[in-house]
Design a protein around this ligand. Structure first.
Ligand SMILES: Cc1ncc(COP(=O)(O)O)c(C=O)c1O
Length: 371
């Protein structure tokens, strides 16, 4: 099925008979953490060969029952997305760039031989779920409603030669505080020389669960070396910087009016982040030129030692922008700038967060109102 096809499926709304009380919800929203509190409902749409997408509904949040031989458990045919809805300065609710996530979802689906989901259906599921659970969208400073669309292969059977003939698409929603505890604190990163996240021709550009399963060992190694996050290098030469954990990277060269930002060129093995894409547009509009370039580990170290590189930061939906203060690897260790949060990082963060919460003008049409 073509993703651009404007298939209109009516969602059946099955409201929960036992929603969380307003009082309990208020308690849960005080310190929700990240991804551990969920709203009353979820969206679900099913796909089967021949019938296509059907059975669209908003239903009570709850366990999914699957046959133990369902394909997702054995061959990992699973993709997901991550985006947020925010209470705006005027009290309304808006989601950040859901159409862009819908498009990336379909690129992931194509790579994993899964069916295309009409973008309108993806966005509609989000609109209806957020509208249904609007009381769960947190209003506290820096909090938001994290949305997790995902698709799993549900066909029963252990045959491995063909992709599944049935799938389930769902969206769940989780009120969240800031990712790294909310504070904007520089992280120290570990350069992974033992493990690769993705290889040429692999699935690095897809947002599939397997990429994350393969990344845990590297992240654990980073923690063992006293670092908060792992930075992935290219799999072939182990010298080109790709991305950091679940975030893309930016490097700041120069300072003041001559500052410019650089992010690694997408090579097929790193994720095209929405935040990355947004900053590539926002930077130049703020007078900070932005470019995609190949950055080697040697260049990263050289530019910091020479004072050419003044800041670095990681960006992604969950934490928005996180400064990178220092780099560590088996044979080297260096600080970026003064190791703190630099002015370019702060400026870009404030601007983007301002757009997301509706306190700065959205000149790009990024905010999608939820009615
Ligand atoms: C591996 C990886 N890279 C980068 C990103 C940043 O992408 P986005 O800005 O769309 O959240 C994410 C998060 O989705 C990710 O998981």
């Amino acid at each position: 099925m073509d993703a651009s096809q404007s298939q209109e499926l009516d969602f059946e709304i099955r409201a929960s008979a036992a929603p969380v009380s307003a009082e309990r919800r208020a308690q849960m929203l005080v310190a929700p953490g990240f991804g551990s509190v969920f709203t009353d409902h979820m969206a679900t749409v099913r796909w089967t060969e021949g019938a296509g997408w059907h059975d669209a509904r908003i239903e009570p949040y709850g366990p999914i029952t699957l046959d133990p031989a369902a394909a997702v458990f054995h061959y990992g045919q699973e993709i997901f997305e991550g985006l947020k809805a925010y209470v705006q300065a005027d009290g309304s609710i808006a989601a950040f760039r859901p159409q862009a996530n819908a498009a990336r979802f379909n690129r992931s689906a194509a790579r994993m031989a899964m069916p295309q989901l009409p973008e309108r259906l993806f966005v509609r599921a989000i609109e209806l779920l957020v509208a249904q659970d609007r009381d769960w969208v947190p209003t506290a400073d820096g909090h938001s409603l994290y949305l997790r669309p995902f698709m799993i292969a549900t066909q029963t059977g252990l045959g491995v030669n063909n992709p599944s003939s049935s799938y389930r698409f769902s969206v769940i929603a989780s009120p969240v505080a800031g990712y790294f505890g909310g504070a904007v604190r520089p992280v120290t990163v570990w350069l992974s020389e033992d493990y690769s996240r993705a290889a040429p021709g692999g699935t690095g550009e897809a947002k599939c669960g397997g990429n994350y399963a393969a990344a845990f060992a590297g992240q654990r190694q980073a923690l063992e070396h006293g670092c908060e996050q792992v930075v992935w290098l290219d799999a072939a030469q182990r010298q080109w910087v790709e991305e950091m954990g679940g975030m893309n990277l930016f490097f700041v060269y120069g300072a003041g009016p001559s500052a410019r930002i650089v992010t690694p060129v997408p090579t097929g093995s790193l994720l095209h982040g929405m935040t990355r894409d947004s900053l590539l547009k926002l930077g130049p509009d703020l007078g900070i030129p932005a470019s995609e370039e190949r950055i080697s580990v040697a260049e990263w170290q050289r530019a910091c030692a020479a004072g050419d590189m003044t800041e670095a930061f990681a960006c992604g939906t969950a934490a928005v922008i996180t400064p990178v203060g220092a780099v560590r690897s088996t044979g080297a260790e260096w600080t970026i700038g003064d190791g703190g949060t630099g002015p370019v990082t702060t400026r870009l963060r404030e601007e983007l967060v301002g757009i997301q919460y509706g306190s700065r003008p959205d000149r790009y049409g990024w905010m999608h109102p939820i009615r």
